[in-house]
Write a protein that binds this ligand. Structure first.
Ligand code: PLP
Length: 455
């Protein structure tokens, strides 16, 4: 039996599901009308419209793995704020710590004891000895690139196709006819001048580039997680480390996402070495902060190039509300009370169940597909073999299918992942939540598949 997506059924289903969502969200519709007068696309941040295929809905509150919209609909969230809410909505230790710190002063533009604790704990947990804080992972990557340029005296940046490292001009690039080009509108044409985009899992291509001895930084996630999932092949990450050292480039592992996948991140869990590591998304608490760790030699240069007020310009790092007392209180609470080894082990098992369940649904229907699997993260690989790089992963980005699934699931109380991600088990999901996701996904499969023939 061969099975294919019934595109006609998919299109019809989408129309029906959009109508049903609109029916369930009249208050959001009214709010949208009001918002349009002063918020472009009716939202305060463009992603809140651009990430979702339907008219904006408005959130009211959340608890654990669930949130409610202003119409009172409840959603079991498998995107968890694109991993910024992996500790769940309103986790009590963070609520307590943040409330206490706001009452005691949210920010002083001076360090607090929590900063010392967080750096000590991250050094122990992740493995790099020195730490700085920003407002986001984008900000952390911006600073890492500047430091790498200072340390190496070089300009070039290497990223891998399928990457996303935040809203830095120099990483918002894509390959067009073999050349890096700005990826979005509003970016200067020269932003991509120093960036090289190489295929993941290709050490030969990397060595050819590094041999130019012009590369300051290789910036990569340990596994790509912004084009669904691309796993490193055995030896790839170790090879990247050997090559960066051989040719004098620095290496940054961007764990803005993958820190949520394993205790201490994949750097610790896979025993990786690097000059920098970037963490983000408020360590899953949703409070705005990012962090980066660096090696001792890098930190020595960093310390020597301090910018002084009215003095020498020094290294261009920092920001007024970076490393606030309240952000550090949230980080400490998360590290001390939420992000425990046993929790990651538990969600890793639930992630395996999620991937096994999705693959079971695919197999039962004769679909030659696979489930992505990386600890608590799964997803839909629309091909019989898992991708080796971003170009292969892009074959699974079927917008029509993904968008319709999101709306279908939302109408059944499940908030699915954004297009380039996949469902994520967070620290507050349980086995019943995973079974609920799988049951709704199964019904969706049955609604859009037909027997016979290629598509
Ligand atoms: C790997 C990675 N790095 C950096 C970022 C940027 O994070 P932020 O948007 O919080 O700056 C993201 C965001 O999704 C990411 O996935």
């Amino acid at each position: 039996m061969s099975v294919a997506i019934d595109r006609q059924a998919l299109a019809e289903l989408r129309v029906r599901e959009e109508a049903s969502l609109a029916e369930r969200t009249p208050r959001s519709a009214a709010m949208r009308q009001r918002a349009l007068a002063h918020l472009p696309n009716a939202v305060p941040m463009s992603w809140m419209a651009g990430l979702y295929p339907t008219a904006a809905i408005y959130a009211a509150s959340g608890s654990g793995a669930r949130f409610r919209d202003i119409d009172g609909n409840e959603y079991l969230d498998f995107n968890v704020g694109d991993l910024s809410m992996c500790a769940g909505f309103a986790p009590p230790p963070v609520v307590t710590a943040v409330s206490r710190q706001v009452a005691a002063g949210a920010h002083f533009l001076l360090a607090t004891e929590d900063a010392v604790f967080v750096a000590e704990e991250l050094a122990r947990r992740v493995g790099l000895p020195f730490w700085q804080m920003t407002l986001s992972a984008s900000g952390a990557n911006t600073e890492v690139l500047r430091i790498a340029r200072l340390v190496t005296g070089r300009e070039r940046l290497v990223v891998f196709g399928g990457h996303y490292h935040g809203h830095l001009d120099e990483t918002l690039v894509r390959l067009v006819d073999g050349r890096a080009e700005p990826e979005g509108e509003g970016l200067p044409a020269h932003a991509s001048r120093h960036t090289r985009v190489l295929p993941f899992n290709d050490l030969e291509a990397l060595e050819a580039e590094l041999a130019s001895e012009r590369v300051a930084l290789v910036l990569t996630e340990p596994a790509l997680t912004n084009c669904n999932v691309v796993l490193p092949e055995p030896g790839f990450l170790a090879g990247v480390r050997v090559l960066t050292e051989r040719y004098g480039a620095l290496l940054c592992l961007d764990e803005a996402h993958t820190f949520q996948f394993a205790h201490g991140g994949l750097m610790r869990s896979w025993n990786l070495a690097a000059d920098f590591v970037v963490l983000g998304k408020g360590l899953g608490t949703g409070i705005s902060f990012g962090l980066y760790g660096m090696s001792e030699p890098v930190a020595k240069v960093f310390s020597r190039h301090l910018a002084t007020d009215g003095g020498r310009p020094g290294l261009a790092t920092g920001g007024t509300t970076y490393a606030s007392a309240v952000a550090l209180a949230a980080a400490r609470a998360a590290l001390e009370e939420l992000l425990r080894p046993e929790d990651y082990a538990r969600i890793g098992r639930l992630g395996t169940r999620l991937a096994d369940g999705l693959e079971g649904h695919m197999r039962a229907r004769g679909l030659p597909w696979r489930a992505f699997r990386l600890g608590p993260r799964s997803g839909y690989c629309l091909a019989p073999t898992l991708p080796r790089n971003g170009a292969e992963a892009a074959l699974s980005l079927d917008s029509e299918l993904i968008d319709t699934r999101r709306i279908y699931m939302a109408n059944r109380g499940v908030w699915d992942a954004v297009q380039s991600a996949g469902p994520q088990v967070s620290l507050v999901h349980d086995a019943a939540d995973v079974e609920r996701y799988l049951a709704v996904a199964e019904r969706f499969f049955d609604a859009v598949l037909r027997e016979g023939g290629p598509e």
